[in-house]
Design a protein around this ligand. Structure first.
Ligand code: SF4
Length: 134
């Protein structure tokens, strides 16, 4: 896609109070990739009010990113598997997400691959969107 057609997102640090912030582990397995794509899909569909932010920056102790998690209107934590890395990182900074989802609990099989079924992405994104914006 040409750069002039790229979708611009709100600045997460400036506008965190007005935004639903989505954090996903982006794990290197089917479940992590489904979680990532779900976060992308929600961001693209609701970019005025929701967007992904950098979980790894929070884990690395980046102050602006920790502040985003603390100030967000609502926080959505997406984990790939039962290790729940996203949730643990948030626990580590003392923040409780408004919504927490784990892909293996939503009928996604953990397979050592970066491939996934896009039907899972659509199904889970739809479920989350309905809960967030009924
Ligand atoms: S929650 Fe599971 S899939 Fe996600 S990063 Fe951690 S171990 Fe990997």
């Amino acid at each position: 896609m040409p750069k002039e057609h790229w979708q611009k997102l709100p600045m997460c640090h400036k506008e965190a109070e007005k935004l639903d912030i989505i954090l996903t582990c982006d794990g290197a397995a089917s479940v992590g990739q489904v979680g990532h794509e779900v976060a992308v899909k929600i961001t693209k569909e609701r970019s005025e009010e929701a967007r992904m932010c950098c979980l790894s920056a929070i884990a690395a102790g980046s102050k602006p990113h920790i502040e985003i998690a603390q100030k967000a209107k609502r926080l959505i934590a997406i984990n790939g598997c039962g290790n729940k890395c996203t949730s643990k990182i948030l626990q580590g900074i003392g923040v409780t997400p408004s919504f927490e989802y784990t892909m293996v609990d939503m009928a996604v099989e953990k397979v050592p691959t970066l491939d996934f079924d896009s039907k899972d992405v659509h199904r889970i994104a739809r479920d989350i969107l309905q809960k967030m914006y009924p």
